[in-house]
Design a protein. Sequence first.
Length: 189
Amino acid sequence: LNINKSIIDTFKKAIIFQNNNFLVLDKWNGIATQGGTNISISIDTIIKNISPEYNLVHRLDKDTSGLLLVAKNLKYAKIFGQLFKSQKIKKTYLAICEGRPRVRESYVDLLIDSKEQNKTTKTKTYYKVLSFSQNISFIIFKPSTGKKHQLRIVAKKLGCPIVGDLKYNLNKTNHNENLKLNAYKLKFN
């Protein structure tokens, strides 16, 4: 698949760090990390256009913006794969949510069903409300695990779904907004 130059330019402008082994991308809202049904252009198709050596090492939901790691070679794809598997990469997300949790700061242990894998997974997420005003909370989330839609499900469970979340936020007030979830920080050695 040949990708148009303006998309490649957008990708290159979104790179916030790179060296010979990996790059960190500030993924924009609305682009899928990987291809799938009805998805012709994804971060994966863009990186394969730049170099067949490049590999995704983790994923963000299509509507989640923020930091995404891309390995530039197989050695680093394996290194990052191990770091993620052993939970040595610490991820921090920021979210704008409707309402506020009853407890300002806590851990949430939650079982999340995966229809694709036909199993239930234990998840653990730390959260803290940074500010609250006019029924809107600004919340920091630090997941210890990484399951599809984990933070969106946790926010809903806390009674403060993420603004712009068309799947888990049943409140129609801010439905015209983009998903207000950002992968804000990645920390690893």
